[in-house]
Design a protein around this ligand. Structure first.
Ligand code: ADP
Ligand code: TRP
Length: 325
């Protein structure tokens, strides 16, 4: 199966929710599938207006993925804008995309509902996203729940294009939304999200990480009292423990004598042990930006080998370009 996903280079530091909810899944998929992962820098133009920031953010995403174990000899990791072909396919697709379909788009509707004026880029975002997916004949697109609508639009657009110019031109992709991916709670018990300021950073400085872990909000049950091992502190801790360790810790909580402070300290130790190798790897790669560029260039070259024939077939079927063969 060919699996593809894209990540926006937002410039935000990765947090535990991103790791357990997204990165870890993507990295695991490389084991069994042909995996394409691109950094959606064209898409980021709708929100980030600073070129230097975009370039830096794009590199940061590449570092994050490589540090988390994405293997560039297996998966193709590339920058969206190294594949300008995608903008050509986006144009072809836009000619068969009804206005009504785009008018139902969440991102666009939300912006208009907030009374802001939207740019054409935001309105047409789902068409570019469809091109991202369809250009590579992707079978499966792993995404979060919030992206489901965009994948459905891509399916719709693919079907319309095929219907117009030839049934086998584009592969109709399936979304892949892993059910078992639980929402990771933040330090205040709400969903961990950069917009709530309740995150635990993955690649943060030791002091920063410590501060957010020790700042996890709990009730004021005294140490000696028995506690039900539920709630966001135990949930976060459980992300770093196996079944047997969980049972042991939970039994201690129920018996009384286990304080929240101890659970936090143990969580911090486990978290550091798990992420330290990744932090080191990231710091190493950061010193070698040219090597990262090589990885992206190689990823783009391999992705282009897939993309070129797909785009050429669409051009040919649509009567674009010269007819001489
Ligand atoms: P944020 O909520 O911090 O803005 P994003 O929306 O940028 O995060 O999410 C990037 C990816 O990380 C998405 O695939 C999303 O599903 C995943 N993700 C973000 N927060 C969480 C969370 N708390 N639990 C699980 N997955 C999450
Ligand atoms: N829109 C996605 C997001 O904001 C990023 C993205 C762009 C994407 N193109 C894609 C995801 C193609 C999957 C497939 O998260």
């Amino acid at each position: 199966m060919r699996v593809l996903s894209g990540i926006q280079p937002s410039g935000e530091a990765l947090h535990l929710g991103n790791f357990f909810g997204a990165l870890r899944q993507f990295v695991a998929l490389q084991e069994e599938h042909e995996m394409l992962l691109f950094i959606a820098d064209y898409h980021s133009m709708n929100s980030v207006r600073d070129g230097a920031a975009r370039r830096a953010n794009t590199l940061a995403v590449a570092l994050d993925y490589l540090a988390c174990g994405l293997d560039p000899t297996r998966a193709m990791l590339f920058r969206q804008s190294d594949m300008p072909e995608v903008t050509e396919l986006a144009w072809l697709l836009s000619t068969v995309t009804p206005m009504g379909l785009l008018e139902r788009g969440h991102a666009y509707k939300d912006k208009v509902a907030q009374g802001q004026s939207a740019d054409h880029g935001l309105f047409a975002y789902p068409v570019l996203q469809a091109a991202d997916i369809l250009l590579y004949h992707s079978d499966l697109v792993p995404v979060g729940q919030d992206q489901k609508q965009h994948i459905e639009m891509a399916r719709d657009i693919a079907q319309r294009f095929n219907h117009t110019y030839g049934e086998d031109l584009l592969v109709v992709p399936e979304p892949y939304i892993p059910e078992e991916v639980a929402v990771v709670s933040g330090t205040d018990g709400r969903k961990m999200s950069k917009s709530y300021g309740n995150t635990i950073p993955m690649f943060g400085k030791p002091k920063e990480v410590k501060k957010s872990v020790m700042g996890i909000v709990t009730d004021s049950t005294p140490v000696e009292n028995p506690k039900e091992p539920v709630g966001h502190l135990f949930e976060l801790w459980s992300l770093f423990a196996d079944e047997a360790e969980r049972e042991e810790m939970f039994a201690r909580a129920r018996a009384g004598g286990l304080g929240y402070g101890e659970v936090k300290k143990d969580l911090l130790a486990r978290l550091n042990a798990r992420f330290e190798p990744m932090r080191e790897r990231r710091a190493e790669l950061e010193q070698k930006p040219d090597d990262v560029e090589d990885v992206l260039a190689d990823g783009a070259q391999r992705a282009r080998e897939i993309a070129r024939p797909v785009l050429d077939a669409c051009r040919e079927a649509a009567g674009l370009g010269g007819g001489r063969r």
